[in-house]
Design a protein around this ligand. Structure first.
Ligand code: AMP
Ligand code: MG
Length: 323
C-alpha cells in the first residue's frame, strides 16, 4: 500500500503539510501509540462532520480531543478536579483519556451534545509533532476517533487505515505512516466529573497503576454507564469472522493464545504472544489476519482477567458479540 497517494512517511515537511491540510478542513489519519486516529480540526464543524461520514458513525457518539500537553487542558475543559491534574501529570503523554466538563470551545459536534469533553495527550512522536504543529497555526486541537469504519476493528498500521477508509477518503485527505501502534488497543477512558475518578473503558493503563499514583487511591471500574462511550455499543471491534472464547477444539478454526498454550490439533495458529502486553499489541492485527485468511471462526484463549488482561477481555467480549 506504500504507493498509495494517501500514504506518506513523516518528515518535518510532511507534518507541516498535514497540519495545513487540517487547517484547510481536510482529514488526517495519524498514528498514535494506541491505535490510528482519524483527525480533523476540533473547531471546524464541517471537517468534524466528515469524520462521521467517513466512519459511518452515528453523530451522537463523541470524539476525543487530542492536545499537545496538560497546559492545553484549560482551553477545552472546566471544573477540573485536582485528581485529574494528578492523572495528567503522571500518565500524559500516554494512553489515557480524561472526561471533563466542557468549555464552549468544545462544541456539540465534538461531544455528541453532551456537556463533557474527552481529552488526551498521545505519546506517539508523530502524533505529538502533528498536534503541536497544528496548535501553532490554528489555536485548535485535533478531534479524532479511531480510523476505522463504525463497529469494525481499530487500525494499528497505516495500511489498516487505508484498507478501512481508503475508498471513503478524498484526494486532499492524508494518511500518515508511523509503523505499527506499540500498544495496540484503545486508551483507558476515565470519567473525571465526579468526586472520584471512574474507569469507563479499560485500557493499557490499569486500575492498579492509576491507584498507585493517586493521592486518594479510590478508582471505580465501571461495567456500564449512562454516558455514551466507545464499547457501549454491542457490535464493536469485530472482524468478519466469528470470534469465540473457548477451550474446545474447533477443526479448521483460527487460534490465538499466549505462547505457553499449545495449539490444539487441527487448528490454525495465528499468533503466540509471550505476554499480555504483546497480546494487546497483536490483537487487532490478528483479527485482520483471520479475515485475510477467510476463516469463519477465530478461537481465542483469553489471558487472565488482571492488569491489561481486563482490557483485552473487554475487547474480546465486544468482538465476540460481533456479527
Ligand atoms: P474511539 O477512539 O473510536 O473509541 O472514539 C473516541 C471515544 O472517546 C468515543 O467513542 C467515546 O467512547 C469516548 N468519548 C469521547 N467523548 C466522551 C464523553 N464526553 N464521555 C464519554 N466518552 C467519551
Ligand atoms: Mg473506535
Amino acid at each position: 500500500m506504500s504507493n498509495s497517494p494517501f500514504l506518506s512517511v513523516c518528515t518535518a515537511d510532511i507534518i507541516r503539510n498535514a497540519a495545513a491540510a487540517l487547517k484547510a478542513g481536510h482529514l488526517v489519519a495519524f498514528p498514535t501509540e494506541t491505535v490510528y486516529g482519524l483527525g480533523a480540526d476540533a473547531r471546524n464543524p464541517i471537517a468534524v462532520k466528515r469524520i462521521y461520514e467517513v466512519k459511518g458513525r452515528p453523530s451522537d457518539h463523541p470524539l476525543i480531543v487530542h492536545i499537545s500537553s496538560i497546559n492545553q487542558l484549560g482551553n477545552w475543559a472546566t471544573e477540573i478536579p485536582d485528581y485529574a491534574i494528578e492523572l495528567g501529570r503522571n500518565f500524559w503523554p500516554g494512553p489515557m483519556t480524561l472526561i471533563l466538563k466542557r468549555k464552549d470551545l468544545a462544541g456539540d459536534f465534538i461531544t455528541g451534545g453532551q456537556d463533557t469533553v474527552a481529552l488526551r495527550v498521545p505519546s506517539d512522536p508523530i502524533a505529538l509533532a502533528l498536534i503541536k504543529e497544528f496548535e501553532k497555526i490554528s489555536n485548535s486541537a485535533i478531534a479524532a476517533p479511531s480510523a476505522n469504519r463504525f463497529g469494525q476493528v481499530s487500525p494499528t498500521s497505516s495500511s489498516d487505515v487505508y484498507e478501512e477508509l481508503g475508498e471513503y477518503l478524498s484526494d486532499s485527505d492524508i494518511v500518515l505512516n508511523g509503523g505499527n501502534s506499540i500498544i495496540g488497543i484503545e486508551s483507558t477512558i476515565i470519567d473525571c466529573t465526579g468526586k472520584q475518578p471512574r474507569i469507563l473503558r479499560p485500557g493499557f493503563i490499569t486500575l492498579e497503576q492509576l491507584e498507585a499514583r493517586l493521592d486518594s487511591p479510590i478508582v471505580e471500574q465501571l461495567v456500564s454507564t449512562t454516558l455514551r462511550f466507545s464499547g457501549a455499543f454491542e457490535k464493536h471491534y469485530a472482524p468478519k469472522c466469528k470470534i469465540i472464547l473457548s477451550d474446545q477444539i474447533w477443526k479448521g478454526a483460527g487460534f490465538l493464545a499466549l505462547k505457553e498454550i499449545a495449539t490444539p490439533g487441527d487448528m490454525i495458529r495465528l499468533a503466540s504472544p509471550e505476554s499480555n502486553e504483546e497480546f494487546a499489541r497483536i490483537l487487532y492485527s490478528t483479527f485482520r489476519e483471520a479475515d485475510r485468511k477467510r476463516l469463519d471462526l477465530l478461537v481465542v484463549r483469553p489471558p487472565k482477567s488482571e492488569g491489561i488482561g481486563i482490557a483485552i477481555i473487554e475487547r474480546l467480549s465486544k468482538a465476540s458479540l460481533g456479527r
